[in-house]
Ligand binder design. Structure first.
Ligand code: ASP
Ligand code: MG
Length: 448
């Protein structure tokens, strides 16, 4: 059994949906298809809610009209039956009915917002299953709210794994044995009492991983619009190529440094159960994509370069630090008090350097740190990370890395305790050159 998830752009046009049908047809029997809302629809629904909160019912209604029109056009283009059109009209009408009263009350609660946001996946999943049926694919629909049971934290609901497993056993598994494909909307769930919730923006990957774990799938495929995870951002390195295989830890490091394809927390439920998560391109279905797995055996190759711009470095120097305890704790307390995450840290006997990317509280942080020692702040920095499992066991990588960067002024250096990455801090203006040098050295010769 497989879970096959399609993101917004993969279901954004009639041609894309036709492509989705081919992919599902080829996936073998008993697959669960999880779909996002059509591209831009969740954004439009979010705008609708904002307009309601601003008391602007006419524009909220107009925004919703746009949402309806987009689905109507899709139904027409796919030649779907009247029943699909009726379902769509009814679903949108129910939201339309809420707008005047909620707007007048001036109180669109998170609970009401989730009911409105769920419309995108409710509609996309129904339209897609109806298209499958029309193409003669044996498919049925399941309302994700019947199986994806969550708590009542509207807007970022937490799944209840035990209840999900039970619901999946009773309601979803029987459908999967009877039909070639079952289709569900991602992103949405419900409380045990049946109140609609959402898992947070981009939550369809999370739905897919949770359901893959619950059905014990042998693979969870995430279909998107790129060929998987790349060795580097192709906007800087046109020769970047797909990383065929990656451990979960490597994927997490990459995402942390800005690779946007996947949020690792969202696939954790699948990876924890040993289910491989494969990222594939809907528009290049023959490309094998990237496989994310729990453990990579003996694969010690370097995987990718990640980077992040807009980094600020703070250096704190104090002789009090010499031989003292509690100094680092005092420094980190300042960051905690200002709710600012620290990314890289390096220390010496008398100084500590940290990087942050959120500078909203920089001034206040600096003032507080000045009580602990001399503080200097460098802005306009960038972090570059070389990522690959078991880096420290591979002799000579560090030497090659720094040799490659002879011409670049390297600030902080950090070797992750997870042995998955070496990170450096450099000036933002040196970023592209540094990334190019590292990619040339480690990836162009086919090292990855
Ligand atoms: N449609 C939702 C969003 O745009 C969920 C998703 O696509 O994963 O955030
Ligand atoms: Mg998405």
């Amino acid at each position: 059994m497989k879970v096959i998830k399609f993101g917004g752009t993969s279901v954004g046009t009639a041609d894309a949906i036709r492509q989705v049908e081919k992919i599902v047809r080829n996936a073998g029997p008993g697959s669960l298809t999880v779909v996002s809302a059509f591209s831009c629809i969740t954004n439009a629904l979010t705008r609708t809610i904002t307009l309601m909160r601003q008391g602007n019912a006419p524009e909220a209604l107009a925004e919703l009209d746009g949402v309806e029109e987009r689905h109507r056009a899709m139904i027409a283009e796919l030649g779907l039956p009247a029943a699909t059109a009726c379902f769509t009209a009814d679903t949108v009408d129910r939201v339309r009915g809420l707008i005047p009263a909620l707007t007048a009350l001036g109180d669109v609660t998170p609970r009401a917002a989730d009911t409105i946001l769920a419309t995108g996946e409710t509609l996309s999943s129904r339209i897609i299953v109806d298209h499958f049926a029309l193409q003669g694919l044996d498919a049925t629909h399941i309302d994700a709210r019947e199986v994806l049971i969550t708590d009542a934290s509207f807007g970022a609901a937490q799944p209840d794994t035990a209840l999900i497993e039970e619901a999946v056993r009773c309601k979803l598994l029987p459908l999967l044995t009877r039909h070639r494909a079952v289709v569900a909307g991602g992103y949405i769930g419900a409380t045990p009492q049946g109140v609609t919730t959402t898992l947070g923006r981009g939550g369809s990957d999370y739905s897919a991983a949770l359901l893959a774990a619950a059905i014990g799938a042998d693979e969870c495929q995430i279909w998107t619009d790129v060929d998987g995870i790349m060795t580097c951002d192709p906007r800087i390195i046109p020769a970047a190529r797909t990383v065929p295989r990656l451990t979960y830890d490597e994927a997490a490091e990459l995402a942390f440094f800005g690779a946007k394809v996947l949020h690792p927390l969202t696939i954790f439920p699948a990876v924890r159960k040993g289910i491989p998560v494969v990222i594939r391109n809907t528009f290049a279905p023959d490309h094998p994509g990237t496989r994310v797995i729990a453990q990579n055996g003996n694969d010690r190759r370097l995987k990718a370069i990640a980077f992040q711009r807009g980094i600020t470095v703070l250096h704190i120097r104090s002789n009090r630090m010499l031989g003292a305890y509690g100094f680092l704790a005092a420094v980190f307390t300042v960051f905690r008090d200002h709710r600012t995450p620290v990314d890289l840290v390096t220390t010496s006997e008398v100084s500590i350097s940290v990087t942050i990317d959120d500078t909203a509280h920089l001034d206040a942080i600096t003032v507080d740190l000045m009580r602990l020692g001399e503080v200097s702040v460098e802005q306009g920095r960038a972090i570059v990370s070389l990522i690959g499992d078991g880096m420290r066991e591979t002799a000579g990588i560090g030497a090659r890395f720094f040799n490659t960067l002879r011409t670049v002024n390297v600030g902080m250096v950090s070797v992750g305790a997870s042995e998955v990455n070496i990170s450096i801090v450099i000036a933002e203006r040196d970023l592209e050159e540094a990334v190019r040098l590292i990619h040339n050295e480690f990836f162009d010769g086919g090292a990855a």
